[in-house]
Design a protein around this ligand. Sequence first.
Ligand code: AGP
Length: 606
Amino acid sequence: MCGIIGIVGDRPVSDRLVEALRRLEYRGYDSAGIATGGAGVIDRRRAEGKLDNLIDVLDGAPLPGTIGIGHTRWATHGAPTKNNAHPHATDRVAVVHNGIIENFQVLREELIAKGHVFQSETDSEVIAHLVTDGLDQGQTPQQAAAATFARLHGAFALGILFSDEDDLLIGARRGSPLVVGYGDGEMYLGSDAMAVGPLSNRICYLAEGDWVELRSAGAIIHDETDAIVEREIRSSSVAAEAIDKGNYPHFMLKEIYEQPTVIGDTLNTYFNALSGKAHMPPMPFDMANVPKITIVACGTAAYAGSVAKYWFEQIARVSVETDVASEFRYREAAMPEGGLAIFVSQSGETADTLAALRYARSQGQHIVSIVNVPDSSIARESDVVLPTHAGPEIGVASTKAFTCQLTVLACLVLTMARARNAIDDAREAILCAALAHVPELARDVLQHDDRILSIAGDMVDARDVLYIGRGSLFPIAMEGALKLKEISYIHAEGYAAGEMKHGPIALVDDGVPIIVLAPSGPLFEKTVSNMHEVIARQGQVFLLSDEAGLKAAGDVPHSIALPDVDAFIAPILYALPVQLLAYHLAVLKGTDIDQPRNLAKSVTVE
Ligand code: AGP
């Protein structure tokens, strides 16, 4: 999952390639590089690590040229070194690639036998050599490129630059998205609308299997049979939005603090303050008769789905299955005809989630997606899109997108419960009133930041941290553990509190902090019993509950009193302190909070 950009025109491209890479860094930041061509040579600059390193290289050795390609990498094959950084090049061709070439070993051996010399450990480099091989045999760039695409197995979005062509870039996509941008005397190629958005507001999403010849005056698009085709050009609303951290030291902290506002913005779309009821846009199916719901997503978005499973089953009385997309897509799940499949994704580009969506479609499901990027691949392939209104989320650790996903799901649950006559008016009024108060309650929860910082100080030397909760707080325990792992690199696990005695309690000693998520409600006493089992074994417990819960729990040395709320909305509010705890621990550890090691914001490879 890398970001790619290409520009062909008659003005220098280097600066604009780098600016586009800045917008694409969310796809990976292991290395970055750009290449220009057209004057008989391929000229490249590449650097290991963040884009700033490439900028330093370019400061010392600027790159001229009016045609070029650029790449920001999340390493799959080959270490994140300069040598493995894209563009990969021969003396005739340079290539940027997002995806994985599954048969690269076979192709590489074949090309080595023909005398090609490889410089990297990547799967991508074979593409540059295959195209070069075609050119060496007298093929045109178009013929060499088309012949190469036919030999590749796996997923790719590609940008190809030629040493001898000053007005031709070739792009191609199979499995990975690719966008063409139309400018005035200039054309663009990019991984997504964000890459080309500020350069052009007229874009075209290439269809699966398409490849494109891009010249400064326009584009010729071919389908997978090489026939010339027309694709819709649409206007893009992605602007060159200035995204900054404001007065916050990190995007993650800013995004945590934006939650009261963006949850409110999301509620404004799906909740009518006058009627006091949740509502949804028209659905092309009857919500009252959905036989089953399947919710599929990855990572944090999957935990939002897991919370919603509790809600749908308890409140709307409909059977729900949840799965992570990487498992779901290959397990040939049996799905009843006419079922509802919900896909949750901040980016809307997660490759596994998109593949799972396509499987669900093949099984006759109605497809609803909850995404934060309305023009994303997942949104474009859905029957109904329910956008979250979290605004751009830059920190790799998902925070505000998660609570906005929960907000949309809560509104969907209430709407479906009403459609199915599963809820009476009085209960609906209580749950709706609770939901309407989430923004102000979230503000109250954030007031505990100093206390959470001091708890983080008590935990900074921990090697392992456990999070426990029951019911809809169990997914929040897993989310808390995921947040901590990904940004502080402290090992953490989230468990159903009742499962501790079936194994994990063996880990407990006085060096293992245990975060207990136990709002008052039907499961409170059970969770507190599990907490005491841990305390009895010298576990260092940190209890998150409300005033009534803390009183009932007895003597617990470390605790935070969160607002007293209906159990329905507790998972949304309890997500905030676990985000803040992970954040403060990461600050104390000195890690790279917004761009943690080995990760990328959008995971576009399987
Ligand atoms: C969360 O903090 C993660 N970085 C990650 O688990 C993320 O939620 C997952 O990759 C799914 O991404 P998506 O929402 O863009 O599909």
